[in-house]
Each structure stands twice: as C-alpha cells, then as structure tokens.
Design a protein around this ligand. Sequence first.
Ligand code: NAD
Ligand code: GLY
Length: 356
Amino acid sequence: MRELTVELGARRYPIRIGAGLLDDAAGLRALVPGRHALVVSDDNVAPLYLGKVLAALSGKAVGTFVIAPGEQEKTLDRFADALDALSDLGASRDATVLALGGGVVGDLAGFAAACWMRGVRFVQLPTTLLAMVDSSVGGKTAVDLPAGKNLVGAFHQPSAVLADTATLATLPARELRAGLAEVVKYGAIGDGDFFAWLEGHAEALLASEPAAIVEAIFRSCAHKAGVVARDETEQGERALLNFGHTFGHAIEAEQRFGGLIHGEAVAVGMVLAARLSATLGRAPHGDGERLAALLDRLGLPTSLPRGLDAEALLARMRLDKKAVSGQMRLILWRGIGRAEVVAGIDEDAVLRALGG
Ligand code: NAD
Ligand code: GLY
C-alpha cells in the first residue's frame, strides 16, 4: 500500500492506494466514526463492490443510494434524491457519506455531503482510474445543468480517499484509457520527468500492470495534492489542472454527453490547447507532437470527432467557469511540463485550432 497526505493548513487527509483496500474491513470501518453512513454507488459498481463496504460497516445504521451509471445522472434531481436518502436514514451531523464508484458518483455524493446539514464527513472510494487520479482528490463536488457541466457545486474535501486498485480489474478498457488521459495531463502541465516515465511505461499501463498503475496513481495524486494544498479553491495555480478541459467540456456538451467520454474529450482538448499554444508561438510544435504521440499510444483520440461545428464549440467555451468578466481564459502551455493561464486570447486563433 502507498500512502500520501493532502495538507490543507490545519486540515489533512490520507490518500491510500493499493490492491485489496476494500477487503480491509477494519480500515474501512475506521473511516466512519459516527452511527450513520450513506453509501452512494451506481448500478455497475454496486453489484461488484457494495457488499464489501456494507459488510465492513455492519452494526451501523447504513443506507444505500444507487444511481444509474453515467454523466446524465449527475443532476439536481439525483442530488435531491441523495438528500432524501440521507433524510430517510435519519442521518445526523456525525454521518458519513461514502462514494463508491467513478467521478460521477464521487461528484454527486460529495455535493450531497457538502450540503446535508451544511456539511458532513465524506469518504471517497474511487473505482475508476480517472477517479483515483483526479476526481476523488481535492474536494471539488458538483452536478451538471443543461447549460453546462459542474455548474452547481461546492468545495468539500473528503476525510479520506481509499483507492483499491483491484477494482480496476473490472473497469472497461475504454474507461481505463480515459483515466490515463488525466495521468498524462499531470506530466504535461508540471512534470517533464513523469511525462518521460509515461512514455517509457505506456504499454505496461495499457496492460494494467499493477506496479505501473500504482506508481502512476501515486505520482498523479502527489502532483494534485501539492496543487490543492497551495490553492484549494482555485484562485490561481489550480486552474492549470484544467489543461485541455475547456476544449474537452465543449466537445462533451456539443455531443450531448453521448460521444467521447470525459477523459477522451480531455485528450483531444490537450492536443488542441497544445496546437493553439504552438500557433501563438508560446510552445514548440515538437512538444505538441510528443503529447499527441503519447496519447495515441495510450489508445486515446487526438483529433476532433467529425461533424462538430467550430463556432458552436467556441460558443460553449465562452461559457467556461474559468472565464472572468466575460473574457475567455484558457490553460495553454510552454511545452512539456509547463502550463500557464492565459486571458484575452484571440478568438480567431481558437477557431483555427478548432478547424474553423
Ligand atoms: P463514471 O463515474 O461515469 O464511471 C465510468 C463508468 O465506469 C461508469 O459506467 C461506471 O459505472 C463504470 N465503473 C466505475 N468503476 C467501475 C469498476 N471498477 N468496474 C466496472 N465498471 C466501473 O466516470 P469517471 O470517468 O470516473 O468520472 C467522470 C466524472 O468525473 C465527470 O462527471 C467529471 O466531470 C468528473 N470529474 C470530477 C473531477 C473533480 O475534481 N471533482 C475531476 C475530474 C473529473
Ligand atoms: N480536476 C480539476 C481540479 O480538481 O481542480
């Protein structure tokens, strides 16, 4: 088992990474000090792993809230259902909400935990690679609106993150690859050595080789924990974690969340952001090609899906949460390992990057 700590001033919480953590009943139980617990999961994950969590919590007052899988469930309606489940449980202020699943379950359960009685304990039990390296760490919780992703939410840090890498054995290969896009992101924005390590371990990662996967999760979480410790509520540096995401979110929304999945859209978005950076003379073209080559080796898309309209994507990008005073802000980069926030970018250049 590997462990690291997210340090937030006087607050701190552990991230534990290793195979079989959900089989450690005592370890799980220790994360739920109060009487009430609500375990949130989805229909794919619950039949596989919910039993282990419930067995560990036996004797406590435990409720379950299981949603249909998929981004389309990350809604205000499902959020209200989660609060109803807490209400039905009679959950008191010492309750714990546990999120067992991917980023959809984590974001939804975390937002319910943030709001129930103005905030109760929250434990992340991520079961996708994307959730292990990104969404379970750092306390961003949210649901989507028809107008866009993650528009309603709160910062609410978990009390612990337990990433049982054995759960990745049942994860569809496409979802594993999507998680690898977020892993590549950390190398691309802040750690050239890690990027080179990923180039050297692409096949091992695709094959889910345990040592490589644990190392990739550990290094990704270490990077994210450092950023979150320095900028918990995204006043500055944390925005860099959104490299590729403004493009990616626009693609997801234009495809009505039925095309590329999140990590795939981020992969395309990173390539477009790199291309835009190179066109603006901010980064070497060769680094963009290296990034696209690594993503391609990891089985990820590197160009826009056919049929998307550049103007429509640009309109979506103007709505992004990073926009300030109506000015679009994008995460661009200087090359491998160095990202930057840039405001006031010429929209024609963005359109050209989108092929418009
Ligand atoms: P997801 O939660 O939809 O999970 C992907 C699919 O894998 C689902 O069908 C799920 O049922 C299935 N699944 C999960 N674990 C499984 C397992 N072990 N075995 C078999 N099937 C399994 O998607 P995701 O990629 O984990 O998360 C994407 C979400 O995360 C998006 O909503 C995104 O906005 C959010 N996100 C949040 C943050 C944050 O900081 N809060 C960061 C990145 C992404
Ligand atoms: N996934 C971006 C962030 O947590 O800030």
